[in-house]
Design a protein. Sequence first.
Length: 348
Amino acid sequence: MKSSTSLRLLPLAMAVALAACSGPATPPAADAPAANAASATGTPADGALPAGWTRLDGGALPSLVGQAAVLPAKVRSDDGAEVEVDDTRRIIVGGDDVIAVIDALGLGKQVFAAPKNTTTASGRAAPHQFLFNRTTGVEGVLSLQGSLFLGNSLRRHTELAQKLRAVGEPAVVVDDLQPAPDKVRKIAAALGLADAGQTLATQVQQQLDEAAAIGTASGRRPRVIHVSATGAGGAPTVAGTDSASAKLIALAGGLNIGTEAGVANYSALSNEGVVAAAPEVILVTEHDLALFGGADGLWKAYPTLKQTPAGQANRVWVMPDVQLKYASVGSGVGALALAKALAALPKA
């Protein structure tokens, strides 16, 4: 006799496989200003959430400012190259996880160029926003005249970093798939602040350990679906097994729907798949909620979410991007907030 978990997984896996053919739910409205979209669709522009929804914020991130950088710094990039960094005044940054560490070290004003889809204040305030992907050309990056390229993806940034180094420009890649404390240490070391990075990484690890203990002690694994407005050609997606949020959900004591379905990164899920997943909690980040167009946009993107246990309970938790969507200095406080919230859920 098959277990209830096996019976649930069969339609869920089939729904994931068919999502590309049948299509996910209606894509979110495109490119409206976030505040206007939110106020027009049921989420007030002042940031208030619909009744019953919860803003899950772990509070202040670890920080250690005012430290004196030791330059030049000699570090090993995650693509295997030995790199010497002697100037961090104009940093070209590959992702918000890197920016979060730079901010935590008090160097946010040294972010010189950031991805166009940045959700961080320092990234938005940078003199340049740039499209970083696998096809980003070395000429375009060189034209920015930065002093350091600090990438966050071996897939997207290795070739670019190699080409930059070939013409004498320092470039360091810190793999985005590694644990947050390791990433914090490596980014700080590249900035000449290895000791400060070690201190921050220790704080993050302590928070992660505390969250894991809470999750283990709760004795159950609530089913969680993290939905995003991006990740599949503009269609709404769910966080898969190798995403930072999937790892954080598991550590905090939850069962990530995308992990159970066996999908990678952020993948589309059909309306049928959403129902089959039967999540008890819906997670969405603040930036993604704005991209959806507020609460009404989220329900329109995935209308069958309302038929799930989470939808019927109106249990939607909204988290800061830096505390959920990428592994960085905010992962510890995010994991703690999520673990406490999951542990406090009513027993099934």
